[in-house]
Design a protein around this ligand. Structure first.
Ligand code: FNR
Ligand code: LAC
Length: 360
């Protein structure tokens, strides 16, 4: 299989992962590959998708299969978005600028992390015509979050993704002492604080998360940015319903790729409950362990409007920069299209729960 560019693309993301481990520095690999505790949630995220077995339909004229869809009214080529992940300069020289170019080429949405090593404005300038969302946590100094939300609105971002899984600092066993000090050449221009304008250590940022945030605060993100709010890190139907009541435009189901609290359920297992609780009042996205196009089909069939891809995009960046990230996104979309044809559904909005054994 080729990815349409120069290099031969591995047939599975597992092979790309192995290449990425070789390509990345040991420090970057320790940072991106691992999870919290004994990593049971991280592993379970991947396995849980495979437990949903398909019930394909046949004899349905699959001459014109389309993976395109919309998220918050924005057209995308596939229901496959780029999850917010920190520090892309850790894995590739161009960092977030490469990711921005990849998102344009794959015609999808790049959710830029608060802990990006490139400013929101520089990412916007690199891909002015594409849709981007800005991820942020509420910081103890709420004025800093407000400033970032205002910058996202001013720089043409189309949504704020408010991450809400930061009530305590996670323990990452594979990072020395549980802390992380990235190369001191890194800058975090979206985390500017008055005394330390451009150089905030990542773990210092995590300790700056405001643990007092409640549902009532969600409206602040919209007020500050003028943008719809996606709430990321929800794992229960009752919480999802309360977020929607509080004005959320979308819910992103996530356990942070198993990087926060080990022992949390796999996202594939809570998706049906959350989709039912939201009941079409907002869009639902899901991330965690999505490693092939069949997983994307499963997620959409269970009620997700789209999925977010975390580590695989970083593997692509590590191996081949923007080309590598595009290859990952194209590969997943291509597998989704094939899975749709073999399940007898030629449009994304025809992917429904009856395609999965035991889901209805
Ligand atoms: C993340 N994630 C994350 N989430 C977020 O809201 N803000 C962030 O800055 C980061 N940073 C981050 C860095 C790295 C290296 C990883 C792997 C993840 C979580 C991310 O958005 C997403 O929830 C998971 O990565 C999804 O799981 P998979 O696809 O990696 O299995
Ligand atoms: C992480 C933080 C930055 O997962 O969200 O490393």
């Amino acid at each position: 299989v080729t990815d349409g560019t120069s290099r031969v693309f591995p047939p599975t993301l597992a092979e790309l992962e192995a290449e990425a481990e070789v390509a990345a520095s040991p420090a970057a690999w320790d940072y991106l590959a691992h999870g919290s505790g004994d990593e049971s949630t991280m592993r379970e995220n991947v396995v849980a998708w495979t437990r949903w077995k398909l019930r394909p339909q046949v004899l349905r004229d699959m001459g014109d299969v389309r993976t395109s869809t919309t998220v918050l009214g924005i057209d995308v080529d596939a229901p496959i978005l780029i999850a917010p992940t920190a520090m892309h300069r850790f894995v590739c020289d161009d960092g977030e600028l490469a990711t921005a170019r990849a998102a344009v080429r794959a015609n999808t949405i790049y959710i830029v992390s608060m802990a990006a090593t490139t400013s929101l404005e520089a990412v916007a300038a690199e891909a002015p015509d594409s849709a981007r969302w800005a991820q942020m946590y509420m910081l103890r100094d709420r004025g800093r979050t407000r400033a970032l939300a205002e910058r996202a609105g001013a720089a043409g971002y189309r949504a704020v993704v408010a991450s809400v899984d930061g009530a305590a600092v996670p323990r990452r066993s594979r990072l020395a002492g549980g802390a992380l000090v990235p190369p001191d050449t890194f800058r975090f221009p979206n985390l500017a604080s008055p005394d330390d304008p451009h150089n905030t250590n990542l773990m210092a940022m995590v300790s700056d998360f405001d643990p007092t945030v409640t549902f009532d605060d969600l409206a602040l993100f919209e007020e500050w940015s003028g943008l719809p709010v996606v709430v990321k890190g929800v794992m229960r139907g009752d919480d999802a319903a309360r977020c929607v009541d509080a004005g959320a435009a979308a819910i992103a189901i996530s356990n942070h790729g198993g990087r926060t609290l080990d022992g949390v359920a796999a996202t594939a297992d809570v998706l049906p409950e959350i989709a039912d609780a939201v009941a079409g009042r907002a869009e639902v996205y899901v991330d965690g362990g999505i490693r092939n196009g069949v997983d994307v089909l499963r997620a959409v069939a269970l009620g997700a409007q789209a999925v977010l891809i975390g580590r695989p995009v970083l593997w692509g960046l590590a191996v081949d920069g923007a080309d590598g990230a595009v290859a990952v996104l194209h590969h997943l979309a291509e597998e989704l299209g094939r899975a749709m044809a073999l399940c007898g559904r030629d449009r994304v909005d025809l992917l429904t729960r009856d395609l999965l054994l035991g889901a209805t």
